[in-house]
Design a protein around this ligand. Structure first.
Ligand code: HEC
Ligand code: HEC
Length: 324
């Protein structure tokens, strides 16, 4: 008996020191870097910069880039410290993406920006686990974002604001050594769906373009960025998100469940909520939900039609109430 106990203690000791070793390894290894290989067609990429493309890019950016990259005092795209990220992620700044050649992305080529938006990997191999890579977006929309980044929009004018390299905490390092990896570059052109197919268009807008699903699934840690519908709690909400004050604001269940989701809402209520941030029960919807003012009624209707096809999830979310 004593002997068995001793053996068990040895095994336990070995397991504990192995785990400690693995933890130390991940701590010092940090977030992995990745090979940056620009295929020929990207090395020579020059996206069209006509006013239509710039306007489309500005529209997408207003709903996809600004919340993270805007300096709220100046309105410029010089980034900010993201106080709305979980504390266990470390101190993280969204970087300066103005046209400044040193501190911004003024020297990046169209191909390098394309590669970055797809994979979240920079020329020096650095992987950005927060943005993650827009792997489902159509080429046309990615090109439009690049056209906008190159445009004379005053929020993008060169600005020397600078941040130290982000210091990620253990949790992010661990996730980046296990589940978070850069998506691969698409092997064929990515086309947006036929816009007359309402449900397909809605799925593209909600999953591929405007990133509704990451916030509206159960947790960022269990979402599937390659196949969004495999995310745990897809559109069932409850993702414990933070506002700028660090308070938890769980996302809402926007499946069509009649009791715990939005199954009883009218299309008008849906439009007002998504476009203007109005809660049909009165008052506003709270950040990190934000008004998607640039969405057209046609796009809102398409997203609504798509949500009608999403499997219903019964999940009563205890919603955020501000302290008064
Ligand atoms: C959820 C927040 C978030 C969103 C949304 C987001 N970004 Fe970022 N972005 C970040 C963070 C954080 C970093 C820096 C992270 C790191 O590299 O450690 C970053 C880095 C970048 C960089 C690289 C800058 C550099 O010098 O390394 C570019 C370019 C960029 N973002 C462009 C965009 C564009 C364009 C959009 C919209 C299509 C966008 N981002 C949307 C958070 C975000
Ligand atoms: C950055 C995270 C985030 C993004 C992106 C986001 N949402 Fe939300 N959404 C939330 C949160 C958090 C709430 C809950 C706010 C509250 O409790 O006041 C919410 C609430 C809602 C509501 C209200 C539901 C109710 O029961 O009151 C609807 C509808 C909604 N979102 C739809 C969308 C759609 C459609 C998109 C994409 C176009 C989207 N959201 C993108 C985080 C997000």
């Amino acid at each position: 008996m004593k002997r068995l106990f001793k053996i068990l203690a040895y095994i336990l000791g070995a397991v504990v020191s192995l785990a400690a070793l693995a933890a130390a390894f991940i701590h010092f290894k940090g977030v992995p870097t990745y090979a940056f290989e620009l295929p020929e067609d990207l090395a020579s990429l020059q996206v069209p910069r006509d006013s239509m493309a710039v306007a489309q890019g500005a529209k997408i950016a207003s709903m996809l880039c600004k919340e993270c990259h805007k300096d709220f005092n100046t309105g410029k795209m010089t980034g900010h410290i993201m106080t709305d990220l979980p504390k266990e992620f470390g101190v993280v700044a969204s970087y300066n993406i103005t046209q400044d050649k040193i501190h911004g992305i003024g020297e990046w080529t169209d191909g390098e920006i394309y590669y970055y938006l797809r994979r979240s990997v920079r020329k020096d191999g650095h992987y950005n686990p927060i943005m993650g890579g827009f792997n489902l977006m159509s080429d046309r929309d990615i090109h439009a974002i690049i056209a906008w980044l190159r445009s004379d929009d005053p929020s993008l004018a060169p600005d020397p604001k600078e941040y130290p390299e982000n210091q990620y905490n253990f949790l992010v390092k661990l996730l980046c050594n296990t589940v978070f990896t850069p998506p691969v570059l698409p092997s064929a052109p990515v086309l947006a769906p036929d816009s007359t197919n309402k449900v397909a268009l809605g799925k593209y807008l909600a999953d591929g373009l405007y990133n509704c699903y990451p916030c509206h699934c159960a947790d960022f840690k269990t979402m599937d960025t390659k196949v969004p519908e495999r995310s745990v709690g897809y559109y069932g909400g409850g993702n414990p998100m933070l506002n700028y004050e660090g308070e938890t604001v769980p996302s809402a269940n926007i499946t069509m469940d009649k009791e715990t989701g939005i199954g009883n809402w009218t299309i008008e209520q849906f439009r007002e909520a998504v476009k203007f941030g109005k809660n049909p029960k009165g008052g506003p919807l709270y950040y990190p939900m934000f008004p998607h003012t640039a969405l057209t009624d046609n796009e809102l209707d398409a997203i609504y039609a798509f949500l009608q096809t999403v499997p219903v999830i019964k999940n009563e979310v205890v919603r955020y109430k501000p302290k008064d």
